[in-house]
Design a protein around this ligand. Structure first.
Ligand SMILES: [Zn+2]
Length: 295
């Protein structure tokens, strides 16, 4: 059964000035948090990063994979969001023993879009006090050079359940630049997502109505996003096959099945030694070192 879906709603103002993408990512983020068994600040940061990756993909290249990596200024841990064009998304927490990714002294946001001609990559500083929403704004302006406003928020309730949403407002190229100022001012006085998310009845359409209050608009599409991982036995075997021959030979030598857990979804894979045998080239197993580290 597919996990429950969230929606991404796109709209255009009737005067052709703005396009808006609004998304509610509560189900997706809940499942990401559960798969990563995380809580507190890390859960909120991961939810915002996943929501941001969805918005960047939907806004810039809906047909391609977007990955976003967040690191604190002192390094030592990262959060990863991975958004795929089929609407599936996952997140990975890698704190390297730290309590959380500390953004109090800033940090780095790296965004990668996988395009047919290679990977488009942008890295921006997380502005002090700006958090992930501030980093996404910087990414859109500096790296994509798109006149826009982007915001995300994940709110963890006392019960540990998350509510999560985000929006992206872009001034279209033909529109007057001054309109973006008006929109920025409007969004400044707009209740922040944090307070809008307190309303349990708010929908993506309701969020659009708030953002574009008084501006007639048309909804142009409504698509689904959900938690999901692209891992599979085939992919895992393919990546094992890229290990050095000596390492594969050593695992065969140990003669024990491999227990491998997917970092993204927690799925456990047991790989039998017989599945490793075809990965060793003729002569590889006996003609080379068979101890780990001899590669
Ligand atoms: Zn997986």
């Amino acid at each position: 059964m597919n996990p429950p879906a969230d929606t991404v709603v796109r709209a255009l103002t009737q005067d052709g000035s703005f396009r808006v993408i609004a998304t509610f990512t509560t189900q997706t983020v809940q499942a990401v948090i559960k798969a990563q068994q995380t809580s507190g600040t890390t859960a909120e940061q991961l939810g915002e990063l996943v929501t941001g990756a969805i918005l960047v993909r939907e806004a810039m290249a809906p047909g391609y994979r977007v990955q976003a990596i967040l690191q604190g200024a002192q390094g030592g841990g990262s959060l990863v969001a991975d958004s795929h064009p089929d609407g599936t998304n996952r997140g990975i927490v890698n704190l390297g023993g730290r309590r959380e990714v500390n953004l109090s002294n800033g940090g780095l946001l790296q965004v990668m879009r996988t395009m047919p001609k290679g990977v488009h990559q942008g890295v921006v500083q997380v502005p002090r006090g700006g958090g992930i929403p501030g980093a996404l704004m910087a990414y859109m302006q500096e790296s994509e050079q798109v006149a826009s406003v982007i915001s995300v928020c994940t709110l963890l309730g006392n019960d540990g359940n998350a509510r999560s949403a985000g929006f992206f407002v872009q001034l279209l190229p033909e529109a007057e630049r001054s309109l973006l100022m008006i929109m920025t001012e409007r969004l400044d006085s707009f209740p922040p997502l944090r307070s809008l998310l307190q309303n349990p009845d708010l929908t993506p359409q309701g969020l659009l109505d708030e953002i574009l209050y008084g501006m007639p608009f048309t909804v142009t599409s409504n698509t689904e996003v959900r938690f999901g991982c692209q891992c599979s036995r085939e992919r895992l075997l393919a990546s094992l096959a890229t290990l050095p021959q000596a390492e594969i030979a050593s695992m065969i030598h140990d003669n024990k099945p491999l227990d491998i857990r997917c970092d993204g979804c927690g799925e456990e894979y047991v790989i039998g030694v017989d599945e490793l045998l075809p990965m060793v080239q003729p002569g590889g197993m006996f003609g080379r070192a068979t101890k780990p580290g001899d590669a």
